[in-house]
Design a binder for this molecule. Structure first.
Ligand SMILES: C[S@@+](CC[C@H](N)C(=O)[O-])C[C@H]1O[C@@H](n2cnc3c(N)ncnc32)[C@H](O)[C@@H]1O
Length: 295
C-alpha cells in the first residue's frame, strides 16, 4: 500500500509555507508532505528533509527530484537536526514538521520485521546501520526490562506474563522471526475483536529498538532553537505517551506559544480513507520573539 501523508491540509494550513520560506521536514519519509509543501515555498524557499530510513529517503529523493537545489535530503535521526540545519544554511527557519513513527512501507515489507502478519526477521530498525534489533532485545534483555517496555511503551496489561514466557521460551529456542514471537503471545492471550494479541508487544519493541521517545525528547529543544520568531513547529503523533511528551514540552517552553489548544485529529473522511490517520494527533506551536517571552 502506498503511504498516504496524514493531515495534509491541516499541515499546509498551519505551517503557512510561502515563497522564500525555509522548511525542515524531520521525517521526510516518502516525501508526501514535502511534495505538497515545496511548490508553495518557491521561488526562493528551500526544504531540508531528514529520515533515518535509507530506503524511504531514496524514494523521497526520486519523488522530489524535480525541485533540484530547493531540496536537501539527509540520512540521519531528526535528533541531530541542528548539525544538518547549520551545515545547509537552515537557521531562522519558518516551519518544522515531524510526522512520527513508521510508514506503511515498513509494515508492508516483511523483510523489515515490523509485521506480525507476515513472517520476517525480528528487526524493526528504521536505520538498518544501527546495531540494536528487536531480535537482540527479545533474546538478551532481562525479564524485568522486557516487562517494563511492554508496560511502558505498549501499555500492555499482560506485560509480566509475556516477558516471563519469552524468557522461558528463548532458553530452549532463541527467537528469530516475527511469527515465532506473535505465535507465542497468541498462545497466552486469546484474540478479542480485530486486534492481534501481539499488537502492543510489537509496538513496544519498535519504540525501544528506535528509542523513539528519547529521540523526540532530544529533538524538541533543537527544533525550537532553529525556528525564527513567528516560525511554527508541527508534530503528528500516534501514541498517547508521545503526545504527552509534546504537550508538556509545548506548555513548559517559554519560547513557545501553543497554537492548537487541543490536538487536531483527522476528519471523518480521511479516517475512512486512511486507517493510519485514525490515531493521528497534530499539535502546533509558534516561536515567540525573545522580548515577548514571559520571564
Ligand atoms: C510517518 S512516516 C513520514 C511520512 C512522510 N511525512 C510522508 O509524507 O511521506 C515517518 C518517517 O519517520 C522516519 N523516522 C522515524 N524516526 C525517525 C528519527 N528519529 N529521525 C528521522 N526519521 C525518523 C521513518 O523512517 C519514516 O520514514
Amino acid at each position: 500500500m502506498q503511504h498516504k501523508p496524514v493531515l495534509l491540509n491541516e499541515i499546509s494550513n498551519y505551517l503557512k509555507p510561502e515563497p522564500k520560506s525555509l522548511l525542515i521536514d524531520g521525517t521526510v519519509g516518502l516525501g508526501g508532505h514535502a511534495a505538497t509543501l515545496l511548490p508553495r515555498v518557491l521561488p526562493g524557499g528551500r526544504l531540508l528533509g531528514i529520515d533515518r530510513d535509507a530506503a524511504n529517503l531514496k524514494r523521497a529523493r526520486e519523488r522530489l527530484s524535480g525541485f533540484d537545489s530547493a531540496v536537501v535530503l539527509v540520512h540521519d535521526s531528526y535528533a541531530n537536526v541542528r548539525t544538518h540545519a547549520y551545515a545547509h544554511g537552515f537557521t531562522h527557519v519558518d516551519a518544522i514538521l515531524l510526522d512520527l513513527g513508521f510508514s506503511s512501507v515498513h509494515v508492508d515489507d516483511p523483510g523489515r520485521g515490523f509485521s506480525f502478519q507476515n513472517d520476517g526477521p525480528l528487526d524493526m530498525r528504521y536505520d538498518q546501520s544501527q546495531p540494536l534489533t528487536a531480535g537482540e532485545i527479545v533474546n538478551t534483555w532481562s525479564e524485568d526490562e522486557l516487562a517494563r517496555i511492554f508496560r511502558q511503551y505498549g501499555e500492555e496489561v499482560n506485560a509480566r506474563p509475556f516477558a516471563h514466557s519469552i524468557v522461558r521460551s528463548r532458553a530452549q529456542t532463541p527467537f528469530t522471526s516475527t511469527i515465532q514471537l506473535a505465535e507465542l503471545i497468541a498462545g497466552i492471550k486469546r484474540q478479542h475483536g480485530k486486534t492481534h494479541p501481539a499488537t502492543k508487544v510489537f509496538q513496544a519493541l519498535r519504540i525501544a529498538v528506535n528509542d523513539e521517545f528519547g529521540e523526540l525528547e532530544r529533538a524538541l529543544p533543537e527544533c525550537v532553537n532553529l525556528l525564527k520568531p513567528g516560525g511554527r513547529l508541527a508534530i503528528i503523533s500516534f501514541h498517547s505517551l508521545e503526545d504527552r511528551i509534546i504537550k508538556q514540552f509545548f506548555k513548559s517552553t517559554p519560547a513557545l506559544k501553543v497554537v492548537t489548544k487541543r490536538p487536531l485529529s483527522a476528519t471523518r473522511e480521511e479516517r475512512l480513507e486512511n486507517p493510519r490517520a485514525r490515531s493521528a494527533k497534530l499539535r502546533v506551536a509558534e516561536k515567540v520573539s525573545p522580548s515577548s517571552q514571559p520571564l
